[in-house]
Design a protein around this ligand. Structure first.
Ligand SMILES: Nc1ncnc2c1ncn2[C@@H]1O[C@H](COP(=O)(O)OP(=O)(O)OP(=O)(O)O)[C@@H](O)[C@H]1O
Ligand SMILES: [Mg+2]
Length: 304
């Protein structure tokens, strides 16, 4: 598969603060990658470098083979992006501003108005076409920025904290949009704190911590690692029971309950083994684990 967005050995410091330290990863053709890290981890810095608004100290980003540092114009016209906090301090009305921006891409004003109406309606802003952008709420600005990023139908997209400030409808809409881009073979990179949603949207998640990449995992891989735990209540918890359960994973006791994390067998098999050894299972349930737990276990491994 061709790598459409390729981030190569990026380093960037602000004064003494090393924001990025040798950051490399890529986004493939038709792939959606989530970019996850704590506040200040370096996500926005990576993204600003990738779209050509911030120069790196060293390293480079290539977009469809065009270097952001050496051929910024061609690289950046091939990527649509939405910043963390889109600012539209303008008295322009939404549709007029869309038309104005579309002018840059060579649309005639008639075409631009038609495209603007369609796109803004699709983004749930159909009632706000004549509203001043400065009066838009943060979520509306985000929707508007998304609409604008699509004007020239670029083959790649980079979104910074795009889910932040969107209502559930907006999030669902973003998800559909990302999946549609994927179907069209575009590369999509988006940073987010909302891990539950990242898991629903992304194919792969790249984790950054203190300016360093600490892991890149396919979502299926993560879901496999964070398999639901099994919580059991038995008629008695003697040493034999604990030993038996420990064969299937890490066991934690809490009152009269035992939790097996990342179990190596199905609950059916475990119950069968228990019953065969003379125990009765009084209660059994599964406890979902999340990307969040996975993320925190990665941080722990990294020496946090
Ligand atoms: N313009 C700047 N001047 C000085 N320091 C900066 C600047 N931009 C970022 N930094 C520093 O670089 C580090 C990474 O910041 P960055 O904005 O990339 O983090 P982030 O992962 O996007 O965080 P958040 O989740 O809060 O958006 C932080 O320590 C931040 O203070
Ligand atoms: Mg940020």
């Amino acid at each position: 598969m061709k790598l459409l967005i390729e981030i190569e050995k990026l380093s960037k410091s602000f004064g003494k603060q090393r924001a990025l330290d040798d950051v490399s990863f890529g986004v493939n053709n038709g792939e959606i990658v989530g970019y996850v890290g704590l506040n200040g981890a370096g996500k926005t810095t990576t993204i600003r470098i990738a779209v050509g608004v911030l120069p790196p100290d060293s390293g480079d980003v290539s977009i469809d083979g065009f270097s952001v540092t050496k051929d910024k114009r061609r690289a950046s016209e091939r990527v649509g992006w939405v910043p963390e906090l889109p600012i539209f301090e303008t008295d322009f009305k939404a549709l007029d501003y869309f038309v104005y921006l579309a002018g840059y891409y060579g649309f005639s004003s008639g075409e631009a108005r038609k495209l603007g109406k369609e796109t803004l309606e699709r983004f749930g802003l159909g009632n706000a076409l004549e509203m001043k952008l400065s009066a838009f709420s943060q979520g509306m600005k985000k929707r508007f920025a998304l609409a604008v990023s699509m004007i020239n139908d670029p083959p790649n997209f980079i979104f910074d904290e795009v889910l932040n400030g969107l209502d559930p409808q907006g999030i669902a809409f973003f998800r559909e949009m990302a999946l549609d881009f994927k179907k069209k073979g575009k590369a999509v990179l988006f940073s987010s704190h909302i891990l539950g949603e990242v898991q629903n949207i992304a194919d792969r998640v790249v984790f950054i911590h203190r300016g360093k990449i600490i892991g890149s995992y396919r979502v299926e891989e993560i879901l496999n690692i964070v398999k639901p735990s099994i919580v059991l209540k038995l008629d008695r918890f003697d040493e034999g029971a604990v030993k038996l359960l420990e064969k299937y994973g890490k066991v934690e006791r809490q009152g009269d309950l035992a939790t097996i994390s990342s179990p190596s067998a199905s609950s059916g098999e475990i119950v069968k083994a228990l019953v065969e050894s003379g125990y009765s299972v009084i209660e059994l349930r599964h406890e979902e684990r999340s990307l969040e737990e996975f993320f925190f276990s990665l941080l722990k491994k990294g020496g946090e």
